[in-house]
Ligand binder design. Structure first.
Ligand SMILES: Nc1ncnc2c1ncn2[C@@H]1O[C@H](COP(=O)(O)OP(=O)(O)OP(=O)(O)O)[C@@H](O)[C@H]1O
Ligand SMILES: [Mg+2]
Length: 330
């Protein structure tokens, strides 16, 4: 249909445009620009949502446009969920009859993180469609929805030329869901974006970084404009000189701040798994003195412990001890 439109004369096109609502027209324009190679999804996001996206966020948008699979390992608080939500809406709005499926390890994460960003952006940009808490329907079969379940049947019945799957907090997504996603991402125009904090290489998320066919992006705190704007490096965090370098407001006050990194450096230490993962955005190498791997701690912190999920209450008897090491006694 879009290809036919390219043959229209200007008058024919104007005649058609007069029959459409402004929102329908905007979707059509997006699709036409994409078909003629003129659309830039970064521009679409900045213009439609009235935001500025920073360099690594742009890299993610472009990778999703250009590659069937994109995996992003990233530190804390640099706008992963923000950009995933914008990509979800951009993809849905500019691809007729498309389907966007988003998932995360828990329903709270789906509803209150990614879909909260989607709901706010949808409202601010006055986009069309019927919006529910975790569903946006443009018309029957042209839809975005979010779910968190171990039931891979959630993917059943999804068939479309354009499908985008977004795995937020991807390290904690059940292997069955990864497997089921393969079944719907079959066409050349289908996309998978997995994005999250890297805590465990022995996961499906970790596998993405070993697969040569996957586009890989790394984001560490020192890539963020709140650091690059002032030239703040790891060394500045270590010797405390970062503070003297901040001579104006942070360019993105919502993103992770240098003070947070300085605190975590003191608290966790540069070699700790938590610092490697949450600050540097790298998969941690567990040390020989690691008793409980960081990946287990993170999985426990995000586990759904609601009565629905666990059934009978779990009762634990814990004898917590305190072992004072020579270091602590000093
Ligand atoms: N380009 C941007 N412009 C304005 N605000 C932004 C931008 N990117 C992210 N934000 C805001 O910064 C905050 C952190 O973003 P977000 O929650 O997406 O980060 P994250 O990397 O997913 O964090 P976490 O590690 O906690 O999952 C949010 O309030 C988000 O709305
Ligand atoms: Mg997030």
């Amino acid at each position: 249909m879009i290809k036919d439109l390219l043959k229209y004369t200007e008058e024919e096109f104007l005649e058609l445009a007069n029959t459409l609502t402004p929102q329908e027209l905007s979707i059509l324009q997006g699709e036409l620009e994409r078909e003629t190679g003129a659309i830039d999804p970064c521009n679409y996001i900045e213009e439609v949502f009235g935001v500025r996206i920073w360099s690594k966020q742009k890299e993610v948008v472009e990778a999703v446009r250009d590659n069937p699979r994109t995996a992003v390992r990233s530190c804390h608080g640099v706008g992963k969920s923000f950009i995933s939500a914008k990509i979800a809406l951009e993809f849905l709005m500019t691809h007729p009859e498309s389907i966007v499926v988003t998932t995360a390890p828990t329903m709270r994460q789906v509803q209150e993180i990614l879909w909260k960003e989607i709901r706010v952006s949808h409202h601010k940009a006055s986009l069309p469609g019927i919006l529910l808490k975790t569903k946006l329907e443009l018309r029957d079969g042209w839809v975005a929805f979010g779910f968190a379940t171990k039931n891979p049947n959630a993917f059943q019945g999804i068939h479309a030329e354009y499908v985008l799957c977004i795995f937020d907090e991807a390290r904690g997504i059940d292997p069955m869901i990864w497997e089921a996603a393969e079944g719907i991402l079959t066409g050349s125009k289908c996309r998978l974006l997995s994005i999250g904090n890297p805590t465990d290489m022995a996961t499906n998320f970790g596998d993405e970084f070993r697969d040569p066919k996957v586009a890989k992006i790394h984001i560490g705190v020192f890539d963020s404009p709140n650091f690059t704007e002032f030239g703040i490096t790891q060394e500045d965090i270590e010797d405390g000189s970062w503070e003297g370098k901040i001579n104006k407001e942070l360019p993105y006050p919502q993103l992770v701040e240098p003070i947070w990194v300085a605190e975590k450096y003191k608290k966790w230490g540069k070699k700790s798994a938590a610092y490697q993962s949450r600050v540097l955005g790298e998969f941690p190498t567990e040390g020989t003195d690691t008793l409980i791997p960081l990946a287990w701690v993170m999985a426990a912190a995000h586990r759904d412990l609601s009565a629905d999920a666990v059934g009978e209450p779990v009762v634990l008897g814990v004898d917590v001890t305190e072992i004072l090491t020579a270091k602590h006694e000093k």
